[in-house]
Design a protein around this ligand. Structure first.
Ligand code: SER
Length: 315
């Protein structure tokens, strides 16, 4: 039986991915961990341990005691928060990944998943339909740590045979969990304001296009990548992954269909510069070819789904 350890399970992605893993592989197969003990309340359906990924000995001990066969390492400091705490972001994002890769090597872990991001691209990368192998000059600590991390993943695969797989997620949008510290977070917050009848103040300008993805698509892509036969995985850094691209103005329009009086004001802050350095849209043809990836949700379908479910979920 697989034993799947999720690190950073209490975060935006972890909350939904851990549940999806339990649904797919069985509750007894999943071990959720988070550095905050209070997150245990989210995981009454599976085993939970408090774990700071910087503590390599505790990580190794959980892997040994629980007989872990796969690791999903999701803990990171995101782009906007990282700019406020650059050294801390580098330490956690790099140190955490290296601990996981080392433990995976020592304990012969079968598969590792680690998320990368559109943040690996920078101001001089292609802006539209950014290719898999585009030039990359990330200018956030988060982006630099993700780009370095991608190469560490490839290194551990080539040198030690650790089967580590990765996706460059776009901004992830769901209604079951909240993001924290990212530049794409506006696209989650906006739904909360709209369904609660409040005005939304957007920290990006109205025409800022960014690659985004509905959470169900992100979960689907992750499970599909991890299930793919090993010899289909031709990218050992991280796969480009695309869902949709839109601007805050287009998002506002999609919400006006459901809430005709919904108001938005634009007050761009330091996050505008981060967003401007990232692609408008992503070419994910390699993922489509290698493991038959296909997204299901566009902006209209995502908005209809979220406005239907969010009020009951959060109130
Ligand atoms: N969603 C992330 C961020 O905004 C990008 O990967 O930081």
């Amino acid at each position: 039986m697989s034993k799947i350890l999720v690190i950073g399970a209490g975060g935006q992605l972890g909350t939904e991915l851990t549940k999806a893993l339990a649904d797919k592989y069985g509750k007894a197969s999943v071990i959720a961990t988070d550095f905050q003990a209070s997150m245990s309340s989210k995981f009454d359906y599976c085993t939970f341990h408090t774990l700071n990924v910087m503590d390599k000995d505790s990580l190794a001990s959980i892997v040994k005691i629980e007989g872990v066969t796969q690791i999903y390492h999701l803990a990171a400091i995101l782009s906007a928060l990282g700019e406020k705490n650059p050294v801390q972001a580098w330490d956690l994002n790099m140190g955490g990944l290296l601990n996981v890769l080392e433990v995976a090597r020592d304990h012969k872990i079968e598969k590792v998943f680690w998320p990368s991001s559109i943040a690996v691209f920078g101001p001089n990368s292609d802006k539209d339909q950014t290719p898999q192998k585009a030039f990359k000059d990330p200018n956030t600590v988060y982006g630099i740590s993700k780009l370095a991390g991608e190469h560490w993943c490839e290194y551990y695969f080539n040198k030690y045979g650790v089967d580590v797989r990765s996706l460059r997620y776009p901004g992830l949008i769901g209604y079951k969990s909240l993001p924290g510290g990212g530049t794409t977070d506006y696209a989650v917050d906006i739904y909360h304001k709209a369904v609660n009848g409040q005005k939304f103040t957007c920290f990006l300008s109205e025409d800022t296009y960014l690659p985004m993805m509905y959470m169900d698509d992100a979960i689907h892509a992750t499970l599909q990548l991890m299930e793919a036969p090993k010899d289909h995985i031709t990218i050992r850094t991280s796969y480009n992954l695309a869902g949709m691209s839109f601007s805050p103005k287009e998002m506002h329009q999609s919400l006006l269909v459901h809430y005709p009086n919904f108001e938005i004001v634009y007050q761009p802050d330091f996050r505008q510069q981060i967003a401007d350095s990232w692609p408008n849209s992503i070419d994910d043809s390699v993922a489509k070819k290698d493991w038959k990836w296909q997204p299901q949700f566009d902006l209209k379908a995502m908005t209809a789904t979220i406005v239907k479910h969010l009020p009951a979920f959060f109130n």
